[in-house]
Design a protein around this ligand. Structure first.
Ligand SMILES: Nc1ncnc2c1ncn2[C@@H]1O[C@H](COP(=O)(O)OP(=O)(O)O)[C@@H](O)[C@H]1O
Ligand SMILES: [Mg+2]
Length: 201
């Protein structure tokens, strides 16, 4: 099932008297306000020199604590990646949202690979960078539903009954703020989210 909650005024439920519909509209309105606040220009980055593996190791510890034995994390790191200026806390949140999705898609047993690599002379958002960090989060779960693939980064798009649909839109916004981007590719048994992040800022 795909649930897509859009913007809207909670008092305008097309005249519906169905309390459940009205409740859903109020919920959607509140969430949209929250997204606007979280994604708005007010929240800025707290950039400091960091190594990307501080972020990936924190995410690994957090997801292992959350998922216990139902997750196996494999690390494939490029130890030569240099430090660069970024907001480690926000990046941790961005990566954790993606790792959590992978686990939630296959909670009985999830195999997760976290891979880091560098790319030289790479163009991101129309800007050429000498050095870009590629951080891949790969899982072996069922894959992203095909009808959802083109909209997963939009707020409030979710296939889970208890989902908010906010995780990926927040992650994407955090990467955009860093001058980066997140790409996704998926087929059953192999889903890969690639975070591309300039390291020459
Ligand atoms: N690794 C994944 N495997 C399968 N589906 C995924 C994966 N990552 C994201 N998705 C899909 O993208 C949707 C949106 O994710 P997200 O924005 O985090 O919202 P939520 O987790 O609240 O559903 C999920 O509901 C799921 O359908
Ligand atoms: Mg999520």
């Amino acid at each position: 099932m795909v649930r897509l909650l859009g913007k809207g005024n909670p008092n305008n439920t097309d005249g519906s008297t169905d309390p459940a519909l009205k409740g859903a509209a109020v919920w959607a309105h509140r969430l949209q306000a929250l997204v606007d606040r979280l994604l708005g220009p007010r929240e800025s980055l707290d950039k400091r020199p960091m190594n990307v593996h501080e972020v990936t190791e924190r995410v690994r510890q957090l997801i292992e604590a959350e998922a216990g034995k139902s997750i196996t994390v494999t690390r494939d790191y490029d130890p030569s990646l240099p430090e660069f200026d970024a907001d480690a806390d926000q990046l941790t949140q961005a990566v954790l949202n993606i790792a959590r999705n992978a686990w939630e898609a296959s909670p009985i047993g999830c195999s997760l690979t976290i891979r880091t690599r560098s790319k030289r002379q790479y163009t991101l958002n129309g800007q050429r960078h000498k050095l870009v960090c590629a951080l891949e989060i790969i899982d072996d779960g069922p894959g992203i539903p095909e009808d959802l693939m083109s909209s997963i980064f939009l707020p409030m798009v979710t296939s889970r009954p208890e989902g908010s649909g906010l995780g990926l839109s927040l992650s994407q916004m955090i990467l955009t703020r860093h001058g980066g981007v997140i790409q996704a590719s998926s087929q059953p048994g192999h889903t890969c989210f690639t975070l591309l992040l300039p390291m020459d800022n």
